[in-house]
Design a protein around this ligand. Structure first.
Ligand SMILES: [Zn+2]
Length: 166
C-alpha cells in the first residue's frame, strides 16, 4: 500500500526519512507512534486511551487539516489529516494553529528576522505537526521542527552553563 502523502500544503514538512531520525533539528516521533499503535493492537491500551483528541484539535482537524492518504491506524475507517501548531514568542501558550497555506512560511520569515535578537531556545519558533483522525479522535504528534536553524540564534549557549558548574 502506498503510504506516501499527496502534495498538500504541509508537504514541505516531509523532510525526514522513515527511520525515525532527526534531520536538521527536526524531531521525528514516528517510533513512539508505532509503539503506541502496537500497544493498542495488543490490547494493552483501550481505544478511549488513544482516541482522546482535545475538542480544539478536532475542530482544527475538520477545518484546517491537511488531507493525507494515510489510513487511520486505529479505526481504519478514515484517513488521518495533519494539523500544524506553531509555538514561539507572543503566541498563545497552547500554540497557534496554522490555518492558511502561506502562514507557515510567514512564521519562518518572522523567525528568521527575530533570530538576530534571540537570546536562547525560548525565543525560537517551533512547529508541531500532529496527525488526527476526524472519525475516532486518534491523534499523535508526528514531528517537531524549529522554523530556523538553531545555530542562527545569536548568543545561545545551551551547553556552556553546565561546564561552569564543575
Ligand atoms: Zn480513526
Amino acid at each position: 500500500m502506498n503510504m506516501r502523502r499527496r502534495a498538500g500544503w504541509l508537504s514541505a514538512l516531509s523532510i525526514t526519512g522513515d527511520d525515525g531520525e532527526s534531520v536538521g533539528g527536526v524531531i521525528d516521533h514516528r517510533l513512539s507512534r508505532r509503539s503506541l499503535i502496537n500497544e493498542y493492537r495488543r490490547g494493552r491500551l483501550r481505544r478511549d486511551q488513544v482516541c482522546d483528541a482535545h475538542p480544539d484539535l478536532m475542530r482544527a482537524a475538520r477545518n484546517f487539516g491537511d488531507e493525507t492518504q494515510v489510513c487511520c491506524p486505529i479505526c481504519q475507517e478514515d484517513n488521518v489529516v495533519l494539523v500544524t501548531y506553531v509555538f514561539g514568542p507572543r503566541l498563545p501558550h497552547h500554540g497557534r494553529c496554522i490555518t492558511r497555506p502561506h502562514e507557515l512560511e510567514e512564521f519562518r520569515q518572522l523567525a528568521q528576522r527575530e533570530a538576530i535578537h534571540a537570546t536562547g531556545y525560548d525565543s525560537l519558533y517551533t512547529a508541531y505537526v500532529v496527525e488526527a483522525c476526524r472519525s475516532c479522535k486518534w491523534h499523535h504528534l508526528l514531528r517537531t521542527l524549529p522554523l530556523i536553524e538553531p545555530s542562527l540564534v545569536a548568543n545561545h549557549q545551551p551547553t556552556r552553563r553546565k561546564q561552569s558548574n564543575r
